[in-house]
Ligand binder design. Structure first.
Ligand code: ADP
Ligand code: MG
Length: 228
């Protein structure tokens, strides 16, 4: 059964790498516009869960349902289209394209979607303004700080108005002050846009920005709100 009103639901996911179990019966759900933190120690299965939810990794067992559709039942092309159109991603190290300027990086999801350069860059600049990095538009990723680069990455994740943003340790490589600013701006912008966020982190300080916390341990999820 899928929880009422849920946008993205994982049921009893199992995934093994060789003999290493990464997920061992993990269930999870996120509602539209909700910010959920996925916590847990290193190696507990957080990134694997996120990759399964985003349709990047196919679980050995269990199901992921997005907006009423079972991800594993979709043809590859449809799953990729979904990832491009409905999902946004922020990784630990921005993964910006070094040869492109910051505004070209932010505009990239729109360009891939067929939006004309001028329009795409106008929308990109608007998101960069919200993330307070508009002034870096013409620089390349190698010419900005770690915190600035992550804000550019957040702008890129949000530019195509996704319904879910997946963020895997988005502040993991930042000092605490710039990490907090990235989190403030990410959660503020997502809430304004009504975008759900699945936020993987092992830092309680970062999880404090979420509406709800989930803990992953040994490949299983525990909803902290349901613990007496
Ligand atoms: P976390 O993100 O919580 O640190 P992961 O999901 O990355 O945890 O990993 C869970 C377990 O699965 C770990 O034991 C890890 O070594 C293993 N694992 C994850 N991805 C791979 C992979 N591509 N190949 C082999 N083992 C993997
Ligand atoms: Mg990880």
């Amino acid at each position: 059964m899928i929880p009422a009103g849920s946008l993205l639901t994982a049921r009893d996911l199992r995934k093994t790498y060789g003999t290493t179990p990464a997920l061992d019966g993990a269930s999870f759900s996120v509602h539209p516009g909700e910010v959920v933190a996925v916590m847990g120690p290193s190696g507990s299965g957080k990134s694997t869960l996120l990759h399964c939810l985003a349709g990047i990794v196919t679980p050995d067992e269990g199901s992921v349902t997005y907006d009423g559709r079972e991800l594993s039942a979709l043809p590859d092309a449809e799953r990729s289209a979904l990832r491009r159109g409905d999902f946004g991603f922020v990784f630990q190290f921005g993964q910006l394209v070094p040869e492109l300027t910051c505004v070209e990086n932010v505009a990239l999801p729109l360009r891939l979607d067929g939006v004309k350069r001028k329009q795409a860059e106008r929308t990109a600049l608007e998101w960069m303004r919200r993330l307070e990095v508009e002034q870096l538009a013409g620089r390349r990723p190698g010419e900005v700080s770690g915190g600035q680069g992550q804000r550019v990455a957040v702008a890129r994740a949000l530019v195509a108005s996704p319904r879910v943003v997946f963020a895997d340790e988005p502040t993991g490589a930042l000092d605490s002050l710039s990490g907090e600013r990235v989190m403030e701006l990410l959660t503020e912008s997502a809430r304004t846009a009504g975008t759900a966020v699945v936020l993987v982190t092992h830092e309680a300080r970062v999880a404090a920005y979420a509406d709800r916390d989930i803990v992953v341990r040994d490949g299983r999820c525990r909803d902290l709100d349901h613990v007496a």
